[in-house]
Design a protein around this ligand. Structure first.
Ligand SMILES: C[C@@]1(CC(=O)O)C2=NC(=C\c3[nH]c(c(CCC(=O)O)c3CC(=O)O)Cc3[nH]c(c(CC(=O)O)c3CCC(=O)O)/C=C3\N/C(=C\2)[C@@H](CCC(=O)O)[C@]3(C)CC(=O)O)/[C@H]1CCC(=O)O
Ligand SMILES: NC(=O)c1ccc[n+]([C@@H]2O[C@H](COP(=O)([O-])OP(=O)(O)OC[C@H]3O[C@@H](n4cnc5c(N)ncnc54)[C@H](O)[C@@H]3O)[C@@H](O)[C@H]2O)c1
Length: 210
């Protein structure tokens, strides 16, 4: 199987989660993290899901799933403990061209959830295409140990600097080389790192000329 990897922008997109137990809860958390507009349908909800509903972060429909729930959704996750329900959700979504994941049920998934290592805006998503979720999880833990803890703030600063550079330096080889220099973590950890100084001087000289 050859899966297509991508990172979705879900901000304000309507997403449905069917089920509100332990497994659904993790999916809801991930969707909220991506600023999706989340609707959850389940007769029984775990406490954390109830809290999200009470604080208005999600819409919780306290009843059994019905086919019309998938209408207008951008993405659907079927995470009940009743496989036939999850499969019916998948069928309803598929009929309408909506992407769906029936948790832990590969034939009823248009996409799989990856294992994620995260540092701020940096995300490393691991997929084994379902060959071994346990290995995906172990690799996540290994990478998490190895990656510096402060990569998130460092990347934000790098992004800021990159925007400064791209605002004044036109597309081309010198700009590309400069950006590669800046992206070298070893030399650019500190504010006074030499490459940053070079970048700032370079930009200042461009401003002086123009
Ligand atoms: C990555 C992660 C993300 C997440 O779930 O968000 C994820 N599973 C995780 C953990 C995990 N899942 C399972 C175990 C027990 C050990 C084992 O089986 O290996 C463990 C480990 C544990 O829990 O210790 C059981 C399991 N999982 C699937 C099946 C069905 C089957 O294999 O047929 C069964 C058997 C169920 C049964 O026995 O009935 C299927 C899927 N699980 C996937 C994702 C998708 C493929 C991902 C990939 O490999 O690329 C896929 C295809 C569909 C999907 O659900 O999206 C998350 C780790 C997050 C983290 O901690 O970082
Ligand atoms: N909990 C785990 O650690 C774990 C691990 C691997 C796989 N799974 C699998 O994931 C699935 C979900 O597990 P869980 O632990 O979250 O279950 P759970 O029992 O905690 O929650 C099930 C949820 O589904 C809802 N539900 C049941 N019927 C429904 C219907 N017709 N319409 C809408 N909602 C309905 C329930 O109200 C509840 O909110 C199961 O298939 C389970 O085998 C669970």
């Amino acid at each position: 199987m050859s899966l297509f990897p991508l990172f979705l922008k879900l901000t304000a997109r309507p997403c449905l989660v069917v089920g509100a137990g332990a497994i659904a809860e993790g999916k809801i958390a991930a969707l909220l993290e991506s600023e999706a507009t989340v609707t959850v349908v389940a007769p029984q909800a775990d406490p954390r899901v109830e809290e999200w509903a009470a604080s208005g972060e999600i819409t919780l429909l306290r009843r059994e799933y019905q086919t019309s729930d998938v209408e207008g959704m951008f993405l659907v996750v079927a995470g009940t403990n009743v496989p036939p329900v999850n499969r019916a959700v998948y069928a309803a979504a598929t009929e309408r061209g909506i992407l769906c994941n029936a948790v832990d049920d590969p034939p009823y998934c248009d996409f799989y959830f990856p294992s994620i290592v995260r540092r701020g805006e940096l995300q490393i998503a691991i997929s084994t295409a379902g060959e071994s979720p346990a290995f995906a999880q172990q690799l996540r833990k290994e990478l998490n140990e190895q990656l510096p803890k402060d990569l998130g703030p460092w990347l934000m600063e790098l992004g800021r600097l990159r925007r400064e550079v791209t605002a004044v330096e036109p597309l081309g080889e010198p700009r590309k080389m400069l950006l590669h220099q800046l992206a070298k973590r070893e030399v650019c950890g500190a504010q006074d790192c030499p490459t940053r100084m070079i970048a700032r001087e370079h930009m200042a000289s461009i401003k002086r000329v123009s």
